[in-house]
Design a protein around this ligand. Structure first.
Ligand code: MG
Length: 346
């Protein structure tokens, strides 16, 4: 196994603001594995609030004994091994998992979605995220969202109703809302949720503090629309205690450590009667296409990374009527790869 990688600054089209936080670019690491003459790709997106940095990711990649990964791949053993190197580091673990999934599909000559038994005809529409901004910029973002059939709005600030009114003055698309733990009082939150329901909002992500299980459960018991955990869930082991406190979970590959565990999480949530959204960080086509391969197994898809960034180094995935079109290529089906971007190797 040969490993090449590059540290890449993924630039955001608009500075991205959520409750309590803003940024203009995200460091990602792209990796390329070469095994028996086949090349495969993975990505780690390191949003700063999750604690990983390019340096920690590269150091982790160099601690991996790559000789352990041989066909037929055992993904369960792989993630146990990666966890034994060091806890945490879910994004770089995701990069390794995504690249090995791409490789596995290419060696078996099958698309990844087929290996996970995901039916392309069940692809949900994907939402386009609109961060907090001034009204004129918000209206510009709605223009950028042409082609999408649902918008995801970041709330949890001081002007939630004004922001929704701005959106509604420019669009009548269905909305998802992500409060990013921004609501502090459960009675005000439930009033807001009822008001949002009347505005055509179909679900709410992480209304209150992730540590406030009781407060989120109180809302879930009263809400007319699904309440999803996002910050409150990272990996498989987090799901059990969330049953009853949320209607569902938002799975992201950069939290779960990649596709294998994300699929385990989908199965676990289903076994508990919970709904599932698949989301993303600021990502190129690489991690987005890994998420797309699992999206038909989910109720909702929020995989808009390549559309919120301005320098995706790969061909953008194809979107039709607001839904991603999975291609028949083996592995992830990543296109437009420039070998020159992989500047480092070991
Ligand atoms: Mg969220």
């Amino acid at each position: 196994m040969k490993i090449a990688y590059t540290v890449y600054s993924l630039e955001l089209k608009h500075p991205f603001a959520i409750a309590g936080y803003t940024r203009t670019s995200t460091p990602v690491i792209l990796i390329r594995l070469t095994y028996e003459g086949v090349e495969a790709y993975g990505e780690a997106s390191m949003v700063p609030y999750l604690g990983e940095r390019a340096e920690t990711a590269v150091a982790f990649l160099k601690r991996v004994d790559w000789k352990r990964f041989v066909q037929p791949f055992n993904f369960g053993e792989m993630i146990t091994y990666l966890d034994s190197i060091e806890k945490g580091n879910p994004a770089v673990k995701a990069a390794i998992d995504i690249a090995l999934n791409d490789l596995n599909g290419k060696l078996l000559n099958k698309p990844c979605y087929e290996l996970y038994k995901a039916d392309p005809l069940k692809m949900p529409v994907t939402s386009y995220t609109i961060g907090m901004d001034r009204p004129e910029v918000t209206r510009e973002k709605i223009v950028d969202a042409a082609g999408f059939k649902v918008l995801k709005i970041k709330l949890g600030g001081d002007n939630d109703k004004a922001l929704i009114n701005t959106i509604r003055s420019a669009s009548d698309l269905p909305l998802y809302v992500d409060a990013n733990q921004g609501w502090k009082d459960k009675r005000q939150a439930i009033e807001m949720i009822y008001w949002l329901h009347d505005q055509g909002v179909q679900l709410i992500e992480q209304p209150m503090d992730k540590a406030d299980l009781e407060g989120n459960a109180w809302l879930t018991g009263r809400s007319p629309i699904p309440i999803l955990a996002d910050e409150a869930v990272q990996r498989l082991a987090d799901i059990d205690r969330l049953k009853g406190a949320y209607h569902g979970i938002n799975i992201k590959l950069m939290k779960s450590g990649g596709m294998y565990e994300a699929n385990q999480m989908i199965l676990k949530a289903r076994s508990l009667g919970m709904k599932v959204m698949i989301g993303c960080m600021s990502e190129t086509s690489c991690a987005t296409q890994a998420g797309m391969a699992l999206a038909p197994l989910c109720d909702w898809s929020d995989l808009d990374g390549p559309w919120l960034t301005s320098n995706n180094p790969f061909t953008a995935p194809r979107l039709q009527e607001g839904k991603y079109q999975l291609n028949r290529e083996s592995g992830l089906g990543l296109e437009g790869i420039d070998p020159a971007i992989f500047t480092s190797c070991f």
